[in-house]
Design a protein around this ligand. Structure first.
Ligand code: MRU
Length: 356
């Protein structure tokens, strides 16, 4: 939600276009420091996506859309009528900023269509309108899917979520946290258990910050604590977001999501994936084909100045994993709910009119 002060610190205000600049709430320093960083160039915007200033699948798509506006503004200022030719490299730079979340290339493709439809003259007003449209649509989609997801929860029950699929990760309200907010408001959720989500701690730093900000009871736990919590009873649902959902319903999400899905099935806990349709990639048949980002091993071998493992030790740092569709009870989107996803059910969902 855009507040009276455009740069007011709030989880719902993580990506802001204000006075011809893009501002991102720096998610690397939350919750200790809440600072907006300004961006004026496409290169810096792509760097902010790679370096996790902004993260979360829809939020990086929205940021990239504003990045296209910055790229076009710069090209038009430098090249005048020949500005379009200068843009190809910039779009490739943005697309390559992170590989797993399809929302990034989805948003850039949408901006490309807007570019193709432009007449002569200054491209910025039309492109900005498109980027702001992508931003507003995502926020609206989250409110809609939040209600759809909440309606599935009979409750009252406690739930587990993983990583951050909240307002910070989206255009506002959140996907998994959108469902949780709507269900909590309806009295169907008592407490949210948040996996801390190594190594970037999106759960303890970001999701706990968002939920505390909204007055929703929250307990942070280590990633390994979910099994014993489910075994103890009282957890009705695992609710997570997604970075990319393949045409057969397999999905990539933050590393550790797959283990949660296995645990949920074993303990008869229901497993819900909440995502806008911009996260569905019908061009990718199955999860094994989703590109999985590997980040610097040092992200897990050290923390700040502190070395956490002996020098010379190897580490692997895949930051997403793939949960097979067979472990998913529901995929909840703004177009509707798919129970026990199959390729046919997802095709029907995607073929229906977005406005229907
Ligand atoms: O590495 P991140 O922080 O970008 O990973 C984010 C996630 O895995 C989220 O769960 C996903 O993007 C869904 S956000 C609505």
């Amino acid at each position: 939600m855009q507040t009276a002060n455009p740069l007011a610190v709030s989880p719902d205000n993580a990506v802001v276009w204000h006075r011809d600049r893009l501002y991102l709430l720096d998610q690397r320093t939350l919750p200790e420091h809440a600072v907006f960083l300004p961006f004026d160039s496409v290169a810096a915007t792509a760097g902010a996506i790679t370096d996790m200033v902004v993260r979360g699948a829809p939020a990086i798509g929205i940021t990239a859309a504003y990045g296209v506006v910055l790229a076009a503004r710069d090209a038009y200022a430098r090249k005048g009528a020949g500005w379009r030719g200068a843009l190809e490299q910039d779009l490739a730079l943005l697309t390559a900023a992170r590989p797993t979340a399809v929302n990034l290339s989805w948003a850039i493709e949408r901006m490309q269509h807007a570019l193709d439809a432009l007449g002569g003259g200054d491209p910025v007003p039309d492109l900005l309108q498109e980027a702001q449209g992508i931003h507003a649509e995502d926020r609206a989609a989250n409110h809609t899917l939040g209600e759809f997801g909440a309606a599935l929860i009979r409750g009252p029950t406690d739930v587990i979520t993983h990583c951050n699929a909240g307002a910070l990760a989206t255009g506002g309200y959140g996907t998994a946290l959108g469902v949780i907010r709507s269900a909590y408001a309806a009295g169907r959720i008592g407490r949210v258990y948040v996996d801390e989500t190594r190594p970037w701690l999106q759960g303890s730093r970001l999701t706990a910050w968002e939920l505390a900000h909204s007055g929703i009871p929250v307990t942070v736990q280590t990633d390994g604590a979910a099994a014993s919590l489910m075994a103890a009873g009282g957890i009705g649902w695992v609710i997570v977001g997604a970075d990319r959902i393949a045409a057969n319903g397999d999905l990539a999400n933050k590393i550790g999501t797959y283990s949660l899905a296995v645990l949920a099935r074993y303990h008869r806990v229901e497993f819900m994936v909440a995502a806008p349709t911009s996260t569905l990639d019908m061009r990718i048949e199955r999860g094994a084909d989703i590109p999985i980002e590997e980040r610097d091993p040092d992200e897990i071998l050290s923390y700040g100045d502190r070395q956490l493992a002996p020098p010379g030790v190897d580490a692997r740092n895949p930051v997403f994993d793939v949960t097979p569709a067979s472990l998913v009870d529901y995929i909840v989107t703004e177009r509707g709910v798919v129970e026990r996803p199959t390729p046919d059910k997802l095709r029907v969902l995607m073929d229906q009119d977005a406005a229907a």
